[in-house]
Ligand binder design. Structure first.
Ligand SMILES: Cc1cc2nc3c(=O)[nH]c(=O)nc-3n(C[C@H](O)[C@H](O)[C@H](O)COP(=O)(O)OP(=O)(O)OC[C@H]3O[C@@H](n4cnc5c(N)ncnc54)[C@H](O)[C@@H]3O)c2cc1C
Length: 403
């Protein structure tokens, strides 16, 4: 592997997952981007992650990384799921942790480009693709997270406008996002998911009042906003009225499968660094790697990461072959996160007090990866999805208290 060959005396640890020359060259190009562009601007999360993150988005836009996940007909590159996974994995290895990283764009952008009017898309989509502007999803509400169908923020049609009221949050990147896709209720409460519509809203509109939340990881930029008679013209409806929930759900499988690839990359890098540290750090006159209490947790973590990684690439390849991956993507979302958290915890411990500091990336990564047990559905919701796929919808509906 490029970085290890350059910087380390460890033997190559990981099984190669690239099956074609294209995949190999792509991995090398992203790794070079990380080494040459991302790592030199490593920032203190508490000080300047917002401006640094913006700059990185512009650079990733110029390199075509943001557009990788967007279909060609919408101005993107239509990259395979495997290439998207490689990009996430390699960027996860970077020294800028988590939320500041310029990931390829998400399905929310596809929904916007497919579902909004020509003028809005012409104005905003090029800016999303070149990294000049960012788009966030405002689905969660203080009283409605996992059960999206129960959201209460509402949109009422009045003449040629919708008027939105209610509260959204917690959500990430709240102070740096330039526009949101907001899910709001336009139907009755009884209509459940069928009463939810998606709206595009520029972040600086009157009628939006923001607040910040102190979070476990600062760069999450966690917060929310209250909508007080937020006015949106009819062209700001994304797709069809009443379809907002289903539009977002369409992409859950691939989004659940892609994100954990970044956690894998981060954890692989942390394990490499920690093994090297254990090989060189001496306590009682011996390298700490010679103590089974240090060596075994790291080696167990390498074993788990190695095995789960092969499963992940297989799931991404299945998706590229148009196979259904609902069950496997839910497995990836919670289980990869759990494996990575345990591995990062082992890294923190092996590094002693240094592991608790910003001198090494492990504790920052741990705080970032921890959010993975919430995003795109909590770990409990992922397990319910897996159970639905195995046990059937009847059991799933009963588990959720539906008749
Ligand atoms: C860092 C971070 C970034 C985020 N970014 C965004 C964002 O950009 N946009 C956005 O809209 N949201 C965002 N969220 C919110 C996230 O999507 C929600 O936290 C998530 O959907 C869970 O909702 P909740 O927090 O309201 O928990 P709840 O739904 O209230 O659940 C509370 C607990 O109960 C469990 N639970 C609920 N139902 C069941 C059940 N049937 N069986 C078993 N257990 C159950 C849950 O798993 C959870 O542990 C973010 C959250 C975090 C932490």
């Amino acid at each position: 592997m490029l970085r290890r060959k350059l910087e380390s005396d460890l033997v190559e640890m990981w099984v190669g997952q690239d099956k074609t020359e294209e995949e190999q060259l792509f991995r090398e190009s992203i790794r070079r981007f990380v080494i040459e562009t991302i790592n030199p601007v490593t920032f203190d999360a508490k000080k300047d992650y917002k401006t640094t993150s913006r700059k990185l988005y512009r650079k990733a836009g110029e390199r075509g990384i943001l557009s990788l996940s967007i279909p060609q007909e919408l101005g993107g590159q239509g990259g395979t799921a495997v290439l998207q996974g490689i990009a996430r994995e390699e960027m996860g290895r970077g020294k800028v942790i988590g939320y500041g990283l310029p990931w390829p764009l998400s399905w929310t952008h596809v929904n916007f480009a497919e579902g909004c009017s020509g003028d809005l898309v012409k104005e905003w989509m090029p800016r999303f693709l070149n990294g000049e502007a960012s788009l966030g999803l405002a689905s969660t509400e203080p009283k409605s997270g996992s059960d999206v169908a129960s959201i209460v923020a509402n949109g009422v049609k009045k003449g040629d406008k919708y008027i939105l009221n209610g509260e959204k949050g917690p959500m990430s990147s709240v102070s740096t996002t330039d526009a949101f896709i907001i899910l709001a209720r336009t139907g009755t409460n009884d209509a459940g998911a069928r009463g939810v519509t998606a709206f595009f809203a520029e972040a600086d509109r009157p009628g939006i009042e923001y607040y910040q939340l102190e979070a476990m990881e600062d760069s999450a930029d966690l917060g929310g906003f209250r909508m007080n008679n937020l006015e949106l013209s009819l062209d700001h409806v994304v797709g069809e009225e009443g379809k907002g929930f289903y539009q977002q759900m369409k992409a859950f499988d691939i989004e659940r499968a892609i994100m954990p690839m970044a956690y894998l990359g981060a954890t692989m890098d942390s394990l490499e660094l920690s093994l090297e540290y254990a090989k060189n750090r001496e306590v009682w006159g011996r390298p700490i790697a010679t103590y089974e209490g240090v060596m075994f947790p790291l080696i167990e973590a390498v074993t788990k990461v190695e095995s789960i990684r092969s499963f992940c690439y297989q799931v991404l390849r299945n998706y590229d072959e148009r196979k259904r991956i609902t069950k496997e993507a839910a497995m990836m979302r919670w289980y990869v996160t759990r494996v990575c958290l345990d591995a990062l915890d082992a890294c923190i411990q092996a590094n002693g007090a240094q592991g608790y500091t910003d001198n090494v990336p492990h504790q920052r990564r741990y705080r970032w990866v921890r959010a993975g047990l919430f995003g795109h559905g909590t770990q409990e919701i992922q397990k319910l999805v897996i159970a639905r796929e195995i046990l059937g919808k009847e059991i799933y509906d009963q588990a959720l208290g539906r008749k």
